[in-house]
Design a binder for this molecule. Structure first.
Ligand SMILES: C[S@@+](CC[C@H](N)C(=O)[O-])C[C@H]1O[C@@H](n2cnc3c(N)ncnc32)[C@H](O)[C@@H]1O
Length: 304
């Protein structure tokens, strides 16, 4: 698919946003990192980059996320596109958590802004941030180090994480689905279902689909190749189709929405053994060996 040129982003918004960004500081940071060497720490040979991802600009970043420029500028730009306040919007996902998770995976974690909040909220949980861009993971790892948080960063495709079945209590995806074709979002939700233990929760925070449908022009603004498809769909329906129960979408201001679903008790008899509490296995172990035998089940927060 051809990359669009002369979008509203390129002609107008990018220069305006640049006025508010401390470019010198960003350049200093960019130059202080050996991006190729550091991204090699995360890059995995078994990860195939899908065409929908590598063929497009996102947020006006040429070549999408597969370069260090994206990792350096992402946070600086994102703070201006999540009104009224980026932290409040991300906090809505945290507030919607109904489980007390012991293991969490944040799919399409990017520079880790939500991943860090998850770890801060659940300091005893093992938290994994997964992204297709090793450059975004470099930035995320620097942020975690600065905050003194131990998070596992994993290069991978959210559609096919290669992590074991029934191994997480909470799967999150923030600002991911407006950037993927609908068929990919649906595949990611099926993967989330596979990864979750029975009773585990999936949470998707993204653009408000109702609002995006009402304000068609906005879809031209941010140079997002798949945002129209996203706006015309329904995260609720996609979650239901993936097998989740209790699916609910809440508005987050008028610009965003958070959708929650629970992996229900299966009709195939899988449930009871997944609710046992055995000896925990570490995230290092699942990441290295894909061995999740004995990892404890989700603990429900009965006060939520
Ligand atoms: C808009 S950013 C959101 C980043 C972060 N979740 C946040 O809230 O700021 C989208 C991220 O999803 C990643 N991404 C897109 N498709 C993906 C996929 N199939 N698997 C894993 N990551 C993906 C991109 O590399 C990018 O970092």
């Amino acid at each position: 698919m051809a990359v669009r040129e002369n979008t509203i982003w390129e002609r107008f918004l990018s220069p305006v946003v640049r006025l508010f960004i401390n470019e010198e500081e960003l350049q200093r940071y960019a130059k202080s990192v050996d991006w190729e060497k550091q991204s090699d720490r995360f890059r995995r040979a078994d990860v195939t980059i899908p065409t929908y991802y590598s063929s497009q600009n996102f947020h006006g970043i040429k070549g999408g996320y597969l370069n260090s420029g994206a990792a350096v500028t992402y946070d600086a730009v994102t703070q201006y596109v999540l009104p009224p306040n980026e932290t409040w919007v991300r906090q809505a996902l945290i507030d919607a958590i109904k489980v007390v998770p012991q293991r969490i995976i944040d799919l399409g974690c990017g520079t880790g802004s939500t991943t860090l909040m998850l770890k801060q909220t659940f300091p005893d949980a093992e938290v994994i941030g997964l992204d297709l861009s090793p450059y975004m993971l470099v930035r995320a790892s620097h942020k975690a180090e600065s905050a003194g948080l131990h998070i596992h960063w994993r290069h991978g495709n959210a559609e096919d994480t290669r992590l074991p079945d029934n191994s997480f209590d909470l799967v999150t995806a923030t600002l991911l689905f407006h950037e993927t074709p609908v068929a990919i979002s649906e595949a990611i939700l099926r993967e989330a279902f596979r990864l979750l233990r029975v009773g585990g929760q999936v949470l998707v925070l993204d653009g408000n689909q109702k609002t995006l449908r009402q304000i068609e022009w906005l879809n031209n603004v941010f140079e997002e190749p798949y945002i129209r498809e996203y706006a015309n769909g329904s995260v609720d329906a996609w979650m239901g189709a993936a097998g989740f129960a209790g699916v609910q979408t809440q508005d987050v201001w008028w610009t965003n929405q958070v959708t929650s679903g629970i992996k229900p008790i299966s009709t195939t008899g899988e449930t009871v053994q997944t609710m046992q509490h055995d000896t925990p296995t570490s995230a290092d172990s699942i990441l290295d060996n894909n061995d999740l035998q004995g990892f404890p089940s989700p603990a429900f927060d009965t006060t939520a």
